[in-house]
Design a protein around this ligand. Structure first.
Ligand code: MN
Length: 208
């Protein structure tokens, strides 16, 4: 994670509001999944982080500052994991929109075609990233040296570096899809990419 990206480093250790109603993603992602994913899993990462930082040097840091301070330190791995799961989930919710409400703009399609060759190739690579992340983790689209590419990280790991910035993420932990898709991770990824991604939000990250 970069120490230079001051502008995005403002995330408080707290559970944010969801950007849409809990049933707005159904039937692609059910209200039941959102209830567990947001209300139990995401909330647990926030609660655990608050518990771990209480009375420590991390108590008044943002999520990003905690990530930078704990990254690569084995004795701080539990705090790193919980704090980064806050960041990753905050970002994931923003990357989704109510079913079929956001169509990709011409500018985004042209950008995808420039960096991936075609929308189909982009879609294929993103699904592939999600499918080849063994176990739990995240599939990402990242911007690096003004070029988009797909990326994946295991468990809670963040996708930031000094030169790399995430512009889209898809949660591929089983808790993100198992209630609705059981073991069919690919069906979840295809449905989310085709019906739920907030392409306007992704575009805003690219051109911010
Ligand atoms: Mn999750």
């Amino acid at each position: 994670m970069s120490t230079e990206k001051k502008e995005w480093m403002k995330t408080p250790v707290a559970l944010p509001e969801l950007p849409w109603a809990k049933d707005a993603l159904a039937p692609v992602i059910s209200a039941n999944t959102v209830d567990f994913h947001y209300g139990k899993h995401h909330k647990a990462y926030v609660d655990k982080t608050l518990e771990l930082i209480k009375g420590t040097e991390f108590e008044h840091m943002t999520v990003e500052e905690i990530g930078i301070a704990t990254n690569g330190k084995p004795e701080k791995k539990v705090l790193y994991n919980n704090a980064m799961q806050i960041w990753n989930h905050n970002f994931y919710w923003k990357c989704l929109a109510p079913v079929d409400t956001v169509k990709h703009s011409e500018r985004l399609v042209k950008r995808i075609e420039k960096d991936f060759g075609s929308w189909e190739e982009f879609r294929k690579q993103l699904i592939q990233a999600g499918m080849t992340q063994f176990g739990s983790g995240w599939a990402w689209v990242v911007l690096e040296n003004d070029k988009l590419s797909v990326f994946k990280t295991p468990n809670a790991d963040d996708a930031w570096s000094n030169s790399r910035q995430p512009v889209l993420t898809l949660d591929v932990w089983e808790h993100a899809y198992y209630l609705d898709y059981q073991n069919k991770r690919q069906a979840y990824l295809e449905a989310v990419i085709d019906h739920l991604v907030n392409w306007d939000y992704m575009e805003a990250q690219i051109y911010a």
